[in-house]
Design a protein around this ligand. Structure first.
Ligand code: NDP
Ligand code: GDR
Length: 374
């Protein structure tokens, strides 16, 4: 029997990698996408199958995590063996600007799916994966963080995800459902959203290299993260649903770098040198460099600003340091990340350089792509 999986957030980074992975495993894959005014299926276009064809194994449905009726209808229609709840307003900084919407989609969204499973009597048939996050650890209580480390969320996003984490545990215990949390640390890729810091860096430095952009504006350069590759991590999402008993797992590499380290690694990949030594050090220890934002930064060749700090990107409450301990996943799921930090940076830079070269060509023909600073 062909297994059926339903993925919420299929148009996102993880959704795209997971859909591809499950199709490779022979699954029939259903994805929920929300209505948008323009096509936003770039990440899954290579998987698209014409709805007029028969025997399709990749099927998209319109739905929204804030709309129970659509979720119940789709789950009833698909009768999935596995549901991967990846949809979320996933940007931590944006969650301070849209806290209520973030709670609605990220916290109540998980509840709506769990309730739909229960309402439809699928508790024993449908396994449920919740995309939990290292942001739950927030103000860290223990280094490195593992499954038993106490949570201390530091943003509306993390608070919403905390609810989703516990409601998943509760439905498992209350109704005997196969429901589990993957507590995933940051994972990136060439299809990472452009406003997360890694992609923002690789994209901007590639464009600076080709003269398409002047300066990269960042926030906290000293924040430390445990960065892995999304392709490695989606395999663990699937493995968590293939165990005998549902359990929660930390997925991380166990290695930590700062945002500044990431900038240096990306710059090195492009053969660029970031001169962090500036004209002085300010009260917070940042190297000062005159920049259009009047902020703090680092110089490039001559006196040109390449990287500057714009306080706009500071968060009201920051998560300064995250480092995961993936020992349990290693032991029970056989987890070892295949892609190293250097390989991740190199792949992201390579792909963003290709994109910048395309933009350069377009520019040569008289068009200019908008230079968003987000
Ligand atoms: P993305 O932001 O790339 O993708 C999020 C997806 O959710 C998109 O498909 C988006 O649709 C969809 N979505 C957002 N709101 C709704 C809604 N109300 N209804 C339906 N769909 C919606 O996230 P990632 O792929 O990076 O992450 C996947 C999940 O894992 C998220 O839940 C995230 O919070 C969590 N996570 C991510 C980590 C990471 O490092 N990447 C680490 C730990 C957890 P659209 O394309 O229309 O915007
Ligand atoms: P994060 O990822 O908040 O960890 O959440 P992000 O890449 O946004 O930030 C990482 C760290 O970099 C600092 N930073 C900046 N961040 C952004 N976005 N833009 C900047 O200009 C910038 N400058 C410095 C941040 O302050 C932060 O400390 C991601 C998301 O995918 C979540 O959905 C997921 O749950 C967690 O990872 C694990």
């Amino acid at each position: 029997m062909t297994k059926k999986a339903l993925i919420t957030g299929v148009t996102g980074q993880d959704g795209a990698y997971l859909a591809e992975f499950l199709l490779g495993k022979g699954y029939e894959v259903h994805g929920i996408k929300r209505r948008t005014s323009l096509f936003n299926t770039d990440r899954i276009d290579h998987l698209y199958q014409d709805p007029h064809e028969t025997g399709r194994r990749f099927i998209l449905h319109h739905g929204d995590l804030t709309d129970s009726s659509s979720l119940i209808r789709i789950i009833q229609q698909v009768q999935p063996d596995e549901i991967y709840n990846l949809a979320a307003q996933s940007h931590v900084a944006v969650s301070f600007e849209e806290p209520e919407y973030t709670a609605n989609s990220d916290a109540l969204g998980a509840l709506r799916i769990l309730e739909a499973i229960r309402i439809l009597g699928l508790e024993k048939q449908t396994r449920f994966y919740q995309a939990s996050t290292s942001e739950l650890f927030g103000l860290v209580q223990e280094i490195p963080q593992k499954e038993t480390t106490p949570f201390y969320p530091r943003s509306p996003y993390a608070c919403a995800k905390l609810y989703a984490y516990w409601i998943t545990v509760n439905y498992r215990e209350a109704y005997g459902m196969y429901a589990c949390n993957g507590i995933l640390f940051n994972h990136e890729s060439p299809i990472r959203g452009e406003t997360f810091v890694t992609r923002k860096i690789t994209r901007a430095l590639a464009r600076i290299k080709l003269g398409l952009q002047d300066c990269l504006f960042l926030g906290n350069l000293d924040a430390k993260r445990d960065w892995g590759h999304a392709k490695d991590y989606v395999e663990m999402q699937w493995l968590m649903l293939q165990q005998e008993k549902p359990e929660d797992f930390v997925i991380a590499t166990g290695v930590q770098y700062s945002v500044r380290d990431f900038v240096n690694a990306a710059a090195k990949e492009l053969g660029m040198e970031i001169r962090w030594e500036g004209q002085g050090v300010d009260e917070k220890g940042y190297l000062v460099h005159p920049s259009p934002a009047g902020g703090r930064g680092a110089g490039g060749e001559g006196d040109k600003c390449i990287v500057a700090v714009d306080p706009r990107y500071f968060r009201p409450t920051e998560v300064e340091t995250l480092l995961g301990d993936p020992a349990k996943a290693k032991q029970k799921l056989g987890w070892t990340p295949k892609i190293t930090f250097d390989e991740l940076v190199s792949e992201m830079v390579r792909e963003d350089l290709k994109a910048a070269e395309r933009d350069e060509l377009v520019k040569k023909h008289g068009y200019k792509a908008m230079d968003y600073h987000e």
